[in-house]
Design a protein around this ligand. Structure first.
Ligand code: AMP
Ligand code: MG
Length: 399
């Protein structure tokens, strides 16, 4: 059985990243992975401009004029740069171009005006309140390397840099299905032996959070020919993700059918929850994850394995940040597998506190209500005690 790290390495080694690229407009680029480095089209600021509302001057003129200058004209945002006549001052507003001949802006709070006369303080710092052309970045500067996934902040920077078209990798085509004869969609009353299916929607929306539109493959019966036909028809997808039937039971057919028509790279990983997970390929193109059926196992293995695989497919680098936190309660267990304990993380006065939640069975969803992270327990560890420093994986920013 592979360790967590071995399993993840095996997956990343097997992923064939997207080969094609496409170009989208900036407005379509949020969440996309860029396919080429992006460079600024313009300087920012694009021209010297005023950081404040005030008066533009040539600082060297002030002393000779006894710190009193006549006001000549006005420079507003959107105006083309004007020229300042020597020995005069010009009214200027935040963001307006500093006129040629001026080198300094004196803020309006620091001057007195008498009609057209502007009276300046004696202590003007030459060059003050001017934002310099290109002090943020220059046209041609590299802004982002390829493989970067664009955030809302990135769109602000790219807009300012005048980048209108973004080469990106296509979104992975992903097919998701649940498997199991016992599964029923909410809305239908349960007959004896049936349960409500809960993995599929969560998986589809975890994919949405990664910017991926997933196809809903529904629920497939524990029937070899049905499974076989379905899997064979999935050749158009880059990834197929199923849950259930990945274990060794007589009716755990996903793994059997997968082994028959695909190529399994590995099957089990020494993690909890989620040991039975099969990964490999169907056909030459399609990466296949057979995730465990237990609801929490399928969510945890998605986070640990599927997410990094998808990011790698889009040429990105996945990081699963692990932070240290202080445990607020005890958690004891038998060593053996790397465990991801559902936890409530709370930011407390600059420190992170982590509480292991009650109800850690891989079939138990109740604790998901409060889960906003995992506490990672190493394979050889018997758990932790209140006050111990533990490693946590945040799942959201809601602390
Ligand atoms: P399996 O991996 O198919 O052996 O399923 C393991 C456990 O997870 C069983 O108790 C199943 O009933 C349950 N299970 C499998 N798939 C789902 C699903 N999509 N939603 C909820 N429970 C599931
Ligand atoms: Mg099953």
């Amino acid at each position: 059985m592979l360790s967590l790290e071995q399993a993840r390495d095996a997956i990343l080694a097997e992923i064939t990243p997207a080969a094609a690229t496409e170009t989208v407009s900036l407005a379509q680029a949020h969440g996309r992975f860029i396919a080429r480095e992006l460079r600024a089209q313009v300087d920012n600021p694009a021209f010297d401009n005023s950081a404040m509302d005030g008066y533009a001057v040539h600082a060297g003129d002030l002393a000779a004029a006894g710190f009193v200058l006549p006001r000549r004209g006005e420079c507003r945002c959107g105006d083309a740069p004007a020229t300042l006549a020597p020995g005069t001052t010009m009214r200027i507003f935040t963001g307006a171009p500093v006129p040629e001949g001026a080198d300094t802006v004196v803020i309006q709070e620091d001057v007195k005006t008498e009609g057209e006369k502007v009276i300046f303080p004696k202590s003007v710092q030459p060059g003050s309140h001017v934002r310099r052309r290109g002090e943020d970045f220059r046209g041609g500067d590299m802004l982002y390397p390829a493989g970067r996934r664009l955030s809302s902040y990135d769109l602000a920077l790219l807009s300012a840099a005048g980048v209108a078209e973004i080469p990106v990798y296509p979104r992975a085509r992903v097919l998701v299905a649940a498997t199991g004869d016992e599964l029923v969609t909410p809305g239908t009353p349960l007959r004896p032996g049936q349960i409500y299916e809960s993995n599929r929607l969560a998986t589809i929306f975890l994919l949405h959070e990664l910017g991926i539109e997933a196809a809903d493959g529904g629920t497939i019966r524990d029937d070899p020919s049905e499974l076989r036909a379905w899997l064979k028809s999935s050749a158009d997808y880059d990834f197929v993700i199923t849950s259930g039937g990945a274990s060794v039971g007589d009716h755990d057919l996903v793994k059997q059918v997968f082994a028959e028509i695909g190529e399994i790279k590995f099957w089990k990983a020494k993690i909890k929850p989620g040991k039975p997970i099969a990964f490999g390929r169907v056909g030459s193109r399609t990466h296949f994850f057979a995730l465990p059926g237990n609801p929490v196992s399928s969510l945890v293995t998605f986070k640990l394995f599927v997410e990094p695989a998808l990011i790698a497919w889009h040429h990105g680098v996945s990081r699963m940040p692990q932070l240290s936190a202080t445990a607020t309660n005890d958690f004891r267990r038998h060593p053996g597998r790397t465990e991801f304990v559902r936890a409530r993380l709370v930011a407390d006065d600059g420190k992170m506190l982590a509480t292991a939640l009650r109800g850690q069975g891989s079939h138990m969803l109740g604790s998901l209500r409060e889960t906003n992270g995992f506490i990672r327990v190493e394979a050889d560890s018997a758990g932790f005690r209140q006050g111990d420093s533990v490693l946590v994986i945040p799942l959201s920013t809601d602390y």
